[in-house]
Write a new protein. Structure first.
Length: 160
């Protein structure tokens, strides 16, 4: 039993390729990848009780991102293409897979997200980008996660 180090929870971005192929590529050189659950609450007070009850009735997950732009990084290049191309609708939807490699059993999930650009170029020394990925579909557990290049890319199957 022990603490889970941040670098053991990895994110992989579905980089679109030719003929509708997708390569799940590690999201490297990001300075921030913060997951927000954004619960949707339903609150009410019943007339016979002196307090308010609150239930969670849904979630609106987001991942806030920031990166220093690196050349040759296909994930950065795709996010920049979405940002600078001002892509809309389905053209700005990507799948992200989050896996935990801290245990002998690698576990993970995937979800489709809309790429929501935020700022760019707000550093004097390095060209940076930031924004959010906002949930566009349900969370799907993944299994049989494999890699042949030390987790630079992965393949997986959707769990039953």
């Amino acid at each position: 039993m022990g603490i889970v180090q941040r670098h053991k929870v990895l994110a992989f971005y579905g980089v679109p390729g030719e003929n509708d192929s997708v390569t799940y590529t590690r999201m490297s050189k990001f300075t921030s990848l913060t997951q927000n659950k954004n619960p949707i609450e339903y609150s009410r007070q019943y007339v016979d009780e002196p307090f308010t009850e609150t239930d969670v009735v849904g979630y609106g997950p987001t991942i806030d991102y920031a990166f220093d732009k690196h050349t040759g990084n296909t994930v950065h290049e795709d996010i920049v293409a979405v940002t600078n191309g001002e892509k809309l609708g389905d053209e700005a939807v990507r799948t992200i897979v989050i896996i935990d490699i801290s245990d002998t059993t690698v576990t993970g999930f995937k979800r489709e997200y809309s790429v929501i650009p935020g700022t760019e170029g707000d550093n004097v020394n390095i060209y940076t980008y930031s924004g959010s990925f906002k949930a566009r579909g349900e969370k799907v557990d993944v299994s049989s996660i494999t890699t042949t290049d030390d987790y630079q890319t992965i393949t997986f199957t959707e769990a039953d």
